[in-house]
Design a protein around this ligand. Structure first.
Ligand code: NDP
Length: 449
């Protein structure tokens, strides 16, 4: 798997220590493969055991979350927080509520987050959390009681200078609000301990839109610098119509593209003239309904109950924004056969290794998640800055900063890809650029963890 003996040794140990955790192993393998050339020129990392430390979380907390449902029955879920790496700042990363959440998924997300946060240029370490609680179909009261119980334990481990969680799948403004309220009640302090807060109590403008907008700004940089092109006139597919996907649809449309296909767990929708973003927001975000319901309101839209069929539709740009491993090698082949020109990952690790390999072999520019979707956490970093300053910046101000950060991430990742002898390979570029800052901070701080 690796030519380098050090990498083989580290990865073998990771496999031994983390059996039955395929997502975590997949994420570690991808990063280690990218570092191969760079590590050969820098023996100081091996001499100081940097990789051995990087692949082991500083702390992993697992806890019971008991709550009472509307029928008066006691329910028990499992909660997690992984505090992966604090070399460059307090742990930072979202909380996911989804029935699939387990230790492997939380660790893969926390590991990725370490490099992503480093790429933003802001002082944030890597963390992630969540629960196997499924918010689907729960009443507002049940969501509130669950969030309060979850935070009762989590509050012992987080804080504005220690660990600052945010949202992710299944955790939006409502859930962040309930968790923030409970933290404040337990600690009797009003601090920026969570990001993604409502605007009336410390949230930042643009945070809601940031991951989807940032994804399009990053894609724009690739188009401009690697293809001498733009979004103008392009046909775009976006999977997942949650927080990331919906605002990716909005920004791509604003930049002159036509979003011809969207999806969620109910299926996918094809609409050649372009989707109506305002209606989509109304159906998905306000009414909490499905793309199936959106399609029923659009006479020229076609609905397919298999969401994977999205990738069979012709497009110029694909933006997978749903979940890990949602796009496999076969999907990639279908997209390539249909003439795709660019793929940018909005979700975390949405493409399987076989899909990434297929795009790269076909010479299709590929924007990896830890660079392309870093706009969300970057804007969370800006929310932390505003909380510390006791100030609120305007929409235009935050949006401008977000654009600058995404441009900077592209430039750093591209330069690192050139330095490693693989110009334009942004998987290698993002991993190396993210790694160097964290690894050098760990070297400077000695064997602290
Ligand atoms: P949401 O819960 O808001 O939305 C997820 C969307 O994906 C929903 O529309 C859901 O369908 C859909 N979905 C889930 N599984 C599938 C599937 N197998 N096929 C098609 N659609 C599916 O989550 P977010 O938008 O916040 O997060 C999406 C991804 O982006 C995750 O990987 C997350 O880690 C990543 N991310 C999120 C950030 C953020 O700021 N929120 C920041 C960086 C990364 P339905 O609506 O029917 O449930």
């Amino acid at each position: 798997m690796f030519k380098n003996e050090y990498l083989t040794r580290v990865y073998t140990q990771v496999e031994k220590r983390n059996p039955g955790e395929p997502e975590f192993l997949q994420a570690v393998q991808e990063v280690l493969e990218s570092l191969e050339t760079y590590l050969e020129k820098h023996p100081e990392y091996e001499a100081n055991g940097i990789l051995e430390r990087l692949v082991e979380p500083e702390r992993m907390i697992q806890f019971r979350v008991s709550w009472v449902d509307d029928a008066g029955k006691v329910q028990v879920n499992r909660g997690y927080r992984v505090q992966f790496n604090s070399a460059i700042g307090p742990y930072k990363g979202g909380i996911r509520f989804h029935s699939s959440v387990n230790a492997s998924i939380i660790k893969f997300l926390g590991f990725e987050q370490t490099f992503k946060n480093s790429l933003t240029g802001l002082p944030m370490g890597g963390g992630k959390g969540g629960s196997d609680f499924d918010p689907m179909g729960k009443s507002d009261g049940e969501i509130m009681r669950f969030c309060q119980s979850f935070m009762t334990e989590l509050s012992k481990h987080i804080g504005q200078f220690t660990d600052v969680p945010a949202g992710d799948i299944g955790v939006g403004a409502r859930e962040v609000g309930y968790m923030f309220g409970q933290y404040k009640r337990l600690r009797n302090e009003f601090t920026g301990v969570l990001t993604g807060k409502g605007l009336s109590y410390g949230g930042s403008l643009v945070r809601t839109e940031a991951t989807g907008y940032g994804l399009c700004y990053f894609a724009q940089e690739i188009l401009k610098n690697m293809c001498s092109d733009s979004f103008e006139g392009k046909k775009v597919l976006v999977s997942g119509t949650g927080n990331v996907g919906t605002f990716a649809c909005e920004k791509a449309t604003q930049l002159g593209a036509t979003v011809v296909g969207i999806s969620d767990i109910s299926g996918c929708v094809y609409e050649p003239e372009g989707i109506d973003v305002e209606l989509l927001k109304q159906v998905k975000m306000k009414e909490r309904k499905l793309v199936k319901d959106y399609a029923a309101l659009r006479p020229n839209a076609t609905f397919d109950p298999d969401c994977r069929n999205l990738w069979k539709m012709p497009c110029d740009i694909a933006l997978p924004c749903a979940t890990q491993n949602e796009l496999d090698g076969e999907d990639a082949k279908a997209l390539i056969a249909n003439g795709i020109k660019l793929l940018c990952e909005g979700a975390n690790m949405p493409c399987t290794p076989q899909a990434v390999q297929a795009f790269q072999s076909a010479g299709i520019p590929f924007g990896p998640a830890k660079a392309a979707n870093a706009g969300g956490v970057a804007t969370s970093g800006l929310e932390m800055s505003q909380n510390s300053l006791r100030l609120s910046w305007s929409f235009a101000e935050v949006d401008e900063k977000l654009k600058g950060i995404m441009k900077g991430i592209f430039e750093n990742a591209y330069k690192a890809s050139e330095d490693c002898g693989v110009p334009g390979n942004l998987v290698v570029g993002a991993n190396v650029a993210g790694f160097v800052k964290v690894a050098d901070a760990m070297l400077a701080q000695g064997v602290a963890y």
